[in-house]
Ligand binder design. Structure first.
Ligand code: TRP
Length: 472
C-alpha cells in the first residue's frame, strides 16, 4: 500500500504551521515577549528560531522524509542502529502524554466557545472603573475554578471538563481516521487561514481601545535592559515547544512532505508564520489589558479568567463582548486542534506501522486510532481529574498535569532535538542529507550547507548547554 502523503504544497505548510501555532503561541509567547524586552525579545527569538530551531526542524524533516516511516523506524533507518529507535519511541510516547494534557485545555476552550456564543461574556459595558473590572475578573476566576473542579461543585456528577476532554480527543481521532491528506491537511487548509483572519480581526478591533498604544508598546518597544541570560533560555524553550520539535511530530510530518518540496522553504515559512501569529495574538490581547489597567499574566489564568472579564467590559454595546469572545475561543480551539493533530499523528503512524497482530498484519488507521483513543483518553481523564480539589494525582509535588508539562518540555524536548541533530550531522552520510535538503539539487545548496554546519556543530552544543542550565 502506498504511504500517506500531503497532497499540496499549501496544505503541507498549513498542516505544519498548524502544528506549530498552538496554545503556546497564544497564551505564553506574548507574555514572555512583553516581560523580556518586547522588540528586543522578538529579535533574539527570531535569531534563535533561525539559527537553532530551523536546523533542528530540518534535521527532523530529513530523518522522516528519508526514512519514509514513523519516528521510531526512521530513527533506526537513519543510522542502522536499533538503540536509536528507543529515542524515537520515547518521543512518540512523550508526544502522546503532551496530547493528554493538551486535550484537557482544548476541552476548556470548547466549554468557553459555548459560554461565549450563548452570551455569557456579552459586554455589560457602562463601567470600566477599576473595582468593577476587578469584580468581574474575580467572578470569572470563580467560574473557571468551579468549572475545572476547584470549587467542589460537581463531586457527584460527571465533571464537564472530563466530558469536553473526551469530545476533543474523539474529534481528533475522527479527523485522523480520514487520513493524512483527507483529514489533517484538509482541516488545516481552512483552519489556519481562518485562524489568521480571526487574529487579524481581533487585533484590528483592539486599535480603537484606549490602551492600544500602551499595549502595542509593551510588546513592540525594544527594552534591552530586560534581556538577561534567562531570556535566552526562555526563548529557546519557547521556540522548541512552539515549533513542535523534539516529539516526533515534525519527523512524522516530514515523512509526508512530497519529494520535490523545499524543506528549507517549508521551515522558513512556518517559522515566520508562527512568529507573526504570536505577535498578532499579543496585539489582540494586550490593548485590552492596558485599557482596563489589569495586570498582564499568561496561561489559563489569562485566557480563561482575565480575558472573559475584559470582553464583558468592552465598549460598544453587548454584542461586542459576544462577538469578540466567540471569535477568541474559536481561535483558541483552531490553534489547539491543529497542534493536537500532529501529536496524535506521530502515535498513529507508529501504531499502524509497528504494531502487528496475528503475524504480519498491519493495523488500519481506524483501529490504531481506537486504541490510541482509549490509552490517551485514560491519561487525559486523569489529567483533568488532577486539576480538581482534593486530587491525589500528584507526582513530586506537581499535579499530574503540570508534571507531564515539565517533564516533556524541560527534558524530552531538548534531548529529542539534540538526537535529531546528531543523527543528521554525525550518523547520516553528508551526501544523503544534502540531496534530501536540496531535493536532489533542485534547491540552493549554499544555504543547505550552512544549515548542515549549524546542525552538526552549533545546535547540539547550544541545546545541551541550555538544557543543563535550565535544569540547575
Ligand atoms: N506547538 C504547539 C504549541 O505551541 C504544541 C505542540 C504541538 C507541540 N505538537 C508538538 C509541542 C510537538 C512539542 C512537540 O502549542
Amino acid at each position: 500500500m502506498a504511504r500517506n502523503q500531503f497532497a499540496s504544497k499549501f496544505g503541507t505548510m498549513a498542516a505544519i504551521a498548524g502544528s506549530a501555532v498552538g496554545l503556546g503561541n497564544i497564551w505564553r509567547f506574548p507574555y514572555v515577549a512583553g516581560n523580556n524586552g518586547g522588540a528586543a525579545f522578538l529579535i533574539i527569538y527570531t535569531v534563535i528560531c533561525l539559527l537553532i530551531s530551523v536546523p533542528v526542524m530540518l534535521s527532523e524533516f530529513v530523518i522522516g522524509r528519508k526514512g519514509q516511516s514513523n519516528t521510531y523506524r526512521s530513527f533506526i533507518k537513519a543510522n542502522g542502529k536499533k538503540a536509536w529507535g528507543i529515542i524515537g519511541g520515547v518521543e512518540i510516547y512523550a508526544g502522546l502524554a503532551i496530547l493528554a494534557f493538551y486535550c484537557v485545555v482544548a476541552g476548556w476552550s470548547l466549554e468557553y466557545i459555548f459560554a461565549a456564543v450563548t452570551g455569557e461574556f456579552a459586554s455589560i459595558g457602562g463601567g470600566d472603573a477599576a473595582e468593577l473590572i476587578n469584580a468581574r475578573i474575580a467572578a470569572m476566576g470563580q467560574r473557571f475554578d468551579i468549572f475545572v473542579g476547584q470549587g467542589g461543585a460537581h463531586i457527584l456528577s460527571i465533571p464537564r471538563p472530563v466530558v469536553w476532554t473526551i469530545i476533543f480527543l474523539g474529534l481528533n481521532c475522527v479527523v485522523l481516521a480520514f487520513g493524512v491528506s483527507k483529514g489533517i491537511e484538509r482541516c488545516s487548509k481552512f483552519m489556519i487561514p481562518a485562524l489568521f483572519l480571526i487574529l487579524l480581526i481581533l487585533a484590528i478591533m483592539s486599535v480603537r481601545l484606549d490602551g492600544f498604544s500602551e499595549g502595542a508598546a509593551f510588546l513592540l518597544k525594544p527594552n534591552w535592559d530586560a534581556v538577561t541570560g534567562q531570556t535566552i533560555i526562555f526563548a529557546l524553550g519557547q521556540s522548541f515547544f512552539s515549533l513542535s520539535l523534539g516529539m516526533g511530530a515534525m519527523t512524522t510530518y516530514g515523512s509526508y512532505i512530497q519529494k520535490d518540496q523545499s524543506l528549507v522553504g517549508v521551515a522558513f515559512i512556518v517559522v515566520l508564520a508562527t512568529i507573526l501569529m504570536a505577535i498578532l495574538a499579543g496585539l489582540a490581547i494586550f490593548p485590552a489589558t492596558f485599557t482596563f489597567g489589569v495586570e498582564v499574566t499568561s496561561g489559563p489564568g489569562l485566557v480563561f479568567k482575565t480575558l472573559p472579564a475584559l470582553f464583558a467590559s468592552l465598549p460598544g454595546g453587548p454584542w461586542v463582548g459576544v462577538v469578540v469572545s466567540s471569535l477568541f475561543f474559536i481561535l483558541l480551539f483552531f490553534a489547539a486542534v491543529t497542534s493536537s493533530f500532529s501529536l496524535l499523528e506521530a502515535g498513529t503512524a507508529y501504531v499502524t506501522e509497528e504494531w502487528t497482530f496475528g503475524g504480519r498484519k498491519q493495523l488500519s488507521r481506524p483501529m490504531a486510532l481506537t486504541i490510541l483513543f482509549v490509552l490517551v483518553g485514560a491519561l487525559a481523564v486523569l489529567c483533568a481529574f488532577s486539576q480538581m480539589e482534593g486530587t491525589s494525582l500528584v507526582i513530586m509535588g506537581d499535579s499530574l498535569f503540570d508534571f507531564i508539562d515539565k517533564l516533556t518540555s524541560n527534558i524530552i524536548l531538548p534531548i529529542g532535538g539534540i538526537a535529531a541533530c546528531i543523527l543528521v550531522g554525525w550518523r547520516m552520510e553528508d551526501k544523503i542529507v544534502f540531496n534530501e535538503l536540496t531535493s536532489e539539487g533542485q534547491f540552493n545548496g549554499a544555504i543547505v550547507r550552512f544549515f548542515m554546519f549549524l546542525a552538526k556543530w552549533v545546535c547540539p552544543i547550544v541545546i545541551f548547554y541550555m538544557f543543563i542550565k535550565g535544569l540547575i
